[in-house]
Design a binder for this molecule. Structure first.
Ligand SMILES: Nc1ncnc2c1ncn2[C@@H]1O[C@H](COP(=O)(O)OP(=O)(O)OP(=O)(O)O)[C@@H](O)[C@H]1O
Ligand SMILES: [Mg+2]
Length: 390
């Protein structure tokens, strides 16, 4: 009983720690995933609270009996006053009384650790705030471009400039790859599209409307996203994929399809992930497939933009090939922005943007970029060399 309670207590702490972990924040916000934490927290909290209540009851009962016994002993000693045994009895009674009080104080102070503190942490969940937002709730007008960056500069709060004047336009339904060096700013572009940050200067427009004018929930609803540094959450598999996406949280058919598309064929939906919590441990590639399924799960008739950041980093070659094929197939008719280091996979996209040090330095399709013989051509040759194909 105590062991199970300790695990539940630890799990609640883990949920809080993960939810307030800055490096996970963007994914949780983009998926509106705080509810998943809340639900799992409530589940663990209810179990834990139930156990603790029965343990506390026992302790309090023992304390109360000891207290009554000690008080009785003191009264008895008083009645015998004048007898030589009175001092000895009083001392004995005092010791009983003291231990009873210690027991009760312990029960009350532990109540704080076991109940009050987790509960007040729980209340903090209610205080998550949304960013200031506009009120555009759907695509209107006839902008031919789904995503437009105009001279966008951006620095993270620590001050270093990461995007140094980025401009590009992506047509509605176009499939674009973004490639480039580590740290060039590819993932940052994606965070600006999702309005996890606002640009320092310049503008980001989605279907002709500046992101600040969008209602953020509506904006994120038309975007399906898979993150590069996705979270590995100790939830049951289904929560790891559906992520409390409330409109479809109970849609078993949608879950099954997302699992199929991400090739998540190694676990049942209710399997718990996380060894310490009685679940299973997964390999890097298995986690990657879950992350891909997470993105696919969110695609529906409203999805107009598919953002996928490095979906195959840890995958074996067959899974990598199949997942790229699935991405191309399911993004048909939507705007696809695929960020990847696997250059062979971008050959089939309509256009490739090449980024270097916060700027788009080249753009064109695969053949045009090879002819240009610039940064893309260099990266392509390197990749061929790496696989012994040059
Ligand atoms: N949250 C952050 N706070 C401060 N700096 C950040 C943050 N995230 C990224 N950076 C910095 O911004 C720069 C661009 O990072 P970004 O993640 O956009 O690169 P990337 O092109 O996606 O690289 P990779 O190919 O490695 O994924 C890097 O120098 C990085 O250190
Ligand atoms: Mg990146």
């Amino acid at each position: 009983m105590l062991y199970s309670s300790a695990i539940e207590n630890y799990y609640m702490g883990h949920l809080i720690f993960t939810l307030f972990d800055f490096s996970r924040m963007h994914e949780i916000i983009a998926y509106r995933g705080a509810d998943t934490f809340r639900t799992n927290y409530f589940r663990a909290f209810e179990k834990y609270f139930g156990r603790m209540r029965s343990i506390r009851k026992k302790y309090s009962l023992m304390g109360a009996i000891t207290l009554l016994f000690s008080a009785g002993a003191i009264v008895f000693s008083m009645l015998l006053s004048g007898n030589v045994g009175v001092v000895g009895s009083a001392i004995l009674s005092f010791i009983y009384l003291q231990s009873a009080i210690v027991e009760l104080v312990n029960a009350i102070s532990n109540y704080d650790i076991y109940v009050v503190r987790p509960y007040s942490e729980l209340l903090r969940f209610q205080n998550l705030k949304s960013p200031e937002q506009g009120n555009v709730r759907s695509i209107s007008g006839t902008s031919p471009y789904s995503v437009c960056f105009e001279d966008v500069h951006f620095s993270y709060p620590d001050g270093k400039e990461v995007l140094k004047g980025v401009s590009f336009r992506i047509r509605n339904g176009e499939r674009v790859a973004i490639v480039g060096d580590n740290g060039a700013g590819k993932t940052t572009l994606m965070k600006l599209i999702l309005r996890l940050y606002d640009p320092t200067s310049g503008s980001v427009r989605i279907f002709g409307v500046p992101v600040q004018e969008w209602d953020v929930d509506a904006l994120r609803r038309i975007i399906s996203v898979s993150f590069q540094d996705f979270g590995k959450f100790n939830f049951p598999l289904r929560d790891n994929i559906t992520f409390a996406f409330s409109r479809y949280g109970d849609d078993e058919e949608r879950l099954r399809r997302a699992m199929e598309m991400g090739k998540v064929d190694f676990l049942s939906p209710d399997a718990m992930i996380g060894k310490i919590y009685g679940g299973v441990a997964l390999s890097a590639g298995q986690w990657q497939r879950i992350a891909v399924a997470r993105g696919f799960f969110r695609m529906d008739g409203e999805t107009r933009i598919v953002l996928i950041d490095e979906p195959t980093e840890n995958l074996d070659p067959v899974s990598e090939y199949e997942i790229f094929r699935t991405i191309m197939e399911y993004s048909e008719g939507r705007t696809l922005i695929l960020i990847t280091h696997r250059l062979w996979s971008v050959k089939d996209t309509d256009r490739i943007l090449v980024m270097q040090d916060g700027r788009v330095v080249e753009e064109g399709n695969h053949d045009e970029l090879l002819k240009l013989n610039g940064h893309y051509a260099r990266m392509w040759r390197k990749q061929l060399e790496k696989y012994g194909l040059s």
